[in-house]
Design a protein. Sequence first.
Lengths: 172, 540
Amino acid sequence: MADPLKSICDDPLERKWVWISLVLAVVMGVTLGYYAVASNLHPPSNVETIDSSRLHLSEEFAEDNLGVKTNPDGSVRVTLVAARYGFYPPRIEVPVDTQVTFRLASADVLHGVHVPNTNMTTMVVPGYISEVTTTFPRTGEYSLLCNEYCGLGHDSMWSRLVVVPKTAGGQS
Amino acid sequence: MTDDKAAGLALVNMWVGFIAFLAAAVMGVYQVLERSGLIPEMQSPALYFASVSTHGVLMGFVLTTFLVVGFGYYTATTSLKQSIWNRPLAWFGFWLSLTGVLMAAGPLLTGNASVLYTFYPPLMAHPLFYIGATLLVVGSWVWCLQMVMMMSLWKKAHPGETVPLAMYGTTANAILWFITSLGVASEVLFQLLPWSLGLIDTVDVGLARTLFSWTLHAIVYFWLFPAYIAMYTLLPKAAGGKLFSDQMGRVAFIMLLVFSVPIGFHHLYMDPFQAAGWKFLHMTGTFMVAVPTLITGFTIIASLEIAGKLRGGRGMFGWIGALPWGNPMVLAAGLALLMLTFGGFGGMINASYAMNAMIHNTQWVTGHFHLIFAGTVVIMYFAIAYYLWPKLTGRQLHSTRMALTQLWLWFIGMLVLTLPWHVLGLDGQPRRISSTPYDQVLVDSWQFNQIAMIVGGIILLLSALMLVYNLMKTHGNAQAETNLEVEYAEPVHAVLRMPPLMNGFGFWCLLVLVYMIASYGYPIAQFFLMDTYGTVPWSI
């Protein structure tokens, strides 16, 4: 079969290079696609709206319902509110090696959350609920940092995440 | 001096760009010093975020737009040998853009627009900031129109002939910029401006971020285009050789035009409000847009090899040493390709759908785009300036030696600045912070790199001062420049007849339209199909 690139590219060596480049792009896409499907590895993408100015009237994000809850199947659900300048509740404990689903809503502006040295991260956008699921393989004290500029107090917006051994129960 | 080539227009535009650049470089040094916490008395989030917002606007919007416009006009007149389509309109565009910059400067410098150059609603800036940004963009649209008109008038006057590669790339960039700026223009005109004027009460932040992502990726290709145009059309000749392939340059420019706009969601990987499937679709395009850069790498290095061998270089690598490294264009291109390679590896990680989670919004990202933009792209802006200033002013460059030192300092400074930032990002340091009042164990692990970045910033400021000094002194140089012609590189194989698809843009614009509807149609429409809640304005 004739090389379809021949009409636009005269040099055989350059044609080879263009093919390598195209294959490289496709291999990257296919690899990430494979892991997306096989390991359910996706970025946090949750299309769900909420009225950020009335979080206190919503059931899920009312103050009494925030924090860590264990589901019947043993997985853990963490409900957090991000508001200038903190995450509420400010200290949470979750068990090691357990699937943890974070659900976050902003009470005011744009925020982000990142736990350094783990892959727990998501943006927190007013008007929408963020959801991210992960598992922490190592116990210890972690920081939950706001990683999106949210105003002049942004630097001091962080809180504590403690990953505890399973026997400790993981309740806040 | 008659000004058929629009040298005055080019000079004035580029000077605005470089003055903005110098001011922003000064702010950069203040920012690394403040952020490091080395001098506790300096700590001030209000000043820092005003500075970082201004730095971003000056580097990302002002330096780039004015340089692209100035270089574009001069490329058009010299490559087509045709005067500006509408000179008064071109000056009107310039004054409109400049008025916009001055209007935005007020709120920026007084801390009333510390919303960063990415706008970040529901933080709200003073309306003058949004109006100023709009005028800057509308002024640049005048340039887009001029480039399209000049190319089509030339084609009418030269039926069957091939548009010079430099102009083909410049027009591709003009079309690209017009299409990509429509995203941020819609965000500002329909959301932020009426909202800041009190005409509407709330904005949908999800929609605003989606519209901004439409602009946010392709804008970097708008910035990059002059660098590639210089590499394809000026560098081979400056190095003493020929362009390896004219056709592959066109293929690269077309691919950049088609693939760089409909892929903006890699800036939204970590956002809610867009489903994972759309992000995946945008990711595949993100990898495709690496292909024209890989093609460019091949063509440029092959062109340099031709030059090196013509100059007597032998063997697999012997040609590298034979290149005229004392020519600023050649040196800048070599350093730019190195930084592009480093930055490109990082970019692959940013582009990866899931791996992005490790580095999203960390200092890694700041390191990445400084390496690619402030490194690769801006060092080529310097090379363009050193090449064009003698032709524009009719005076020899004040000092070639100073130019070479300046380019080396920029390269070294950029590495000393950005390598620590990559490490800080991997160690979890957020970007966009003015201090680090975090967990002590975490902060202690950042200490060394926090100091290293200051050294990088100071080297870069020194380099920036040398550039502006050298260009300024060139105007007053007693030695007249004898070679006033821009010498575009000849391809190895002369272009005889170009297929119409590679000599025009009609089909490609249609393709971008279809691709845009496919990748942005539903993601934008969904905000009107579901019940969303707007957000009221917040001050910083």
